[in-house]
Design a protein around this ligand. Structure first.
Ligand code: ADP
Ligand code: ASP
Ligand code: MG
Length: 466
């Protein structure tokens, strides 16, 4: 059954960062007819620079923060001059305006020497709020009537600043009021990705890489026909092409595979992107702005059956491992619960858990910056047991990385783990911990950060290059 409804296009950072890239964006959008919505990221590097400006301001260096923003403003003004020439006056005015407001925000951060998550979101929104009008004006100048819209007041979220959660019903109402009428009149709305707001209009962001998520949320709110995520590679590859140059794009993956892949480090897709699409049954395609005729990767509920076991190998770095170990805890009820009470109280996000079969130890893999605070909180939680030697140690290992092999074909296929571990052993990589998802869709290993790329290449070679 083929779907009706508008088409949603999302263009990532490199896809909007240069005149040739934006020319390609125009071609891609113009090649389709009918109702279309475009979601854009900030230009590549801009959000990183904004984070830096916020840090400079929080450190009291208002001058440095201002210089950072002025550099961004200049880059965008150059882009406007190249793309639109004298016709860019209105957009130029918008950029100047937004720049002034952001400088004012940074000054108040510098005065207070503190940047709250709420202020940070307001500062970070600058990137998408300047890229959207540039893309919209260029589309219009090339015969595709378009209008830039900030997702503030449109994509409604809770107030979890920095990683806000969209509220589907409220977003759907706003989309019906603001987007549908524009599309009916033949205008292509160009909406800021990554950004949202609370119901009463306070700016929020969806977390780094969140423009993909914005596109999926808006696609769901629109009952879109398809959500096309345009990036700088030709789809989801069998491994990060920067680590494995021989990696190949996958023609099709399931929602479940996409969720696992992105969760375990395939940066090409934000981990939360698939959920709104799954719920609405909207196919998601990953395509290349710079080679739009390549087939890319289709993500949908079911994928054609093939005989691949491991579809892709991913890795996630910047992590640390905390192990609570003690023979005295074996079989003691509530041991694991106390470990997780501690992670919850410290608000640590746990990426992977592994329990030794002897039940003597629990390993938690967490972001590097959480390792020290979690270690001391666990020492406090188990201080009596440590004194009695029921808990022998709370140990840390950092930096580490998770390497994951993902694929529906692993389910029920015997011997996958054995092949995986032999391949890792042949590459002389030491495995620190192992976990298998209950869905049998992935096997994940923890390795030292220094072994990360070697491990990814070894797994890829075993399953894809033989
Ligand atoms: P965008 O700005 O378009 O959102 P990203 O930089 O967020 O782009 O994501 C695209 C990048 O993801 C690629 O350039 C690639 O280096 C990286 N990547 C990591 N793992 C994979 C993978 N398995 N397949 C494709 N790309 C991957
Ligand atoms: N600009 C944001 C970031 O760099 C969101 C995105 O690009 O998806 O994280
Ligand atoms: Mg991205």
């Amino acid at each position: 059954m083929s779907r009706t409804g508008p088409l949603v296009f999302k263009f990532g950072g490199t896809s909007v960062a240069s005149p040739p890239a934006i020319a390609s964006v125009v071609k891609i959008v113009a090649a389709e007819q009918g109702e279309r919505l475009v979601v854009v990221s900030a230009t590549a590097g801009t959000t990183d620079a904004l984070v830096q400006a916020a840090q400079q301001a929080a450190g009291g260096d208002a001058m440095a923060a201002q210089a950072t923003i002025e550099r961004l403003s200049e880059q965008h003004r150059n882009l406007i001059a190249d793309l639109l020439g004298v016709n860019g006056a209105d957009v130029l005015g918008e950029v100047v305006d937004l720049t002034e407001r952001t400088i004012a925000l940074l000054r108040s951060v510098a005065l207070l020497r503190e940047c709250s998550p709420r202020s940070l979101d307001a500062i970070l929104s600058y990137g998408e709020r300047v890229s959207a009008p540039i893309v919209a004006a260029t589309l219009s100048a090339n015969g595709v009537a378009a209008e830039a819209l900030s997702a503030e007041g449109l994509l409604i979220t809770d107030d979890a600043f920095g990683h806000a959660n969209p509220i589907a019903e409220l977003t759907r109402e706003r989309v019906a009021a603001q987007i549908l009428p524009r599309m009916r009149y033949g205008t292509v709305p160009v909406v800021t990705g990554f950004v949202g707001s609370t119901a009463d209009g306070v700016t929020t962001t969806l977390g780094r890489g969140g423009s993909d998520y914005s596109a999926a949320v808006l696609a769901a709110a629109l009952d879109a026909r398809e959500c096309r995520i345009f990036t700088d590679v030709s789809g989801v590859y069998s491994a990060d092409p920067r680590i494995v140059p021989d990696a190949k794009p996958l023609p099709a993956i399931s929602y479940a595979e996409a969720a696992e892949l992105s969760y375990f480090g395939a940066k090409v897709l934000h981990p939360r992107t698939v959920l709104p699409a799954v719920e609405a049954g909207i196919p998601v395609r990953i395509l290349n702005t710079f080679a739009p005729d390549e087939p890319g990767t289709t993500i949908a509920a079911s994928t054609p059956k093939d005989d691949t076991v491991v579809k892709a190998t991913t890795s996630l770095g910047g992590l640390g491992m905390v192990t609570v170990q003690g023979a005295g805890m074996s079989g003691v009820p509530g041991f694991a619960a106390r470990v997780f009470d501690t992670t919850a109280a410290e608000q640590v996000s746990v990426l992977m858990i592994s329990q030794a079969s002897s039940e003597n130890s629990i390993c938690l893999v967490v972001p590097n910056e959480s390792v020290k605070p979690l270690e001391s909180a666990l020492r406090k939680m188990f201080s009596k047991e440590l004194a009695r030697h029921d808990v022998e140690k709370v140990a840390i290992e950092a930096p580490v990385a998770i390497v994951s092999a993902v694929g529906e074909g692993m389910r029920g296929t015997p011997g996958v783990a054995a092949r995986l571990f032999s391949a890792i052993a042949r590459a002389k990589v030491n495995v620190l911990a192992i976990a298998q998802g209950s869905s049998e869709l992935n096997i994940s290993l923890v390795v030292h950060e220094k072994d990360r790329e070697t491990a990814v290449r070894a797994v890829h070679r075993e399953f894809h290059e033989s």
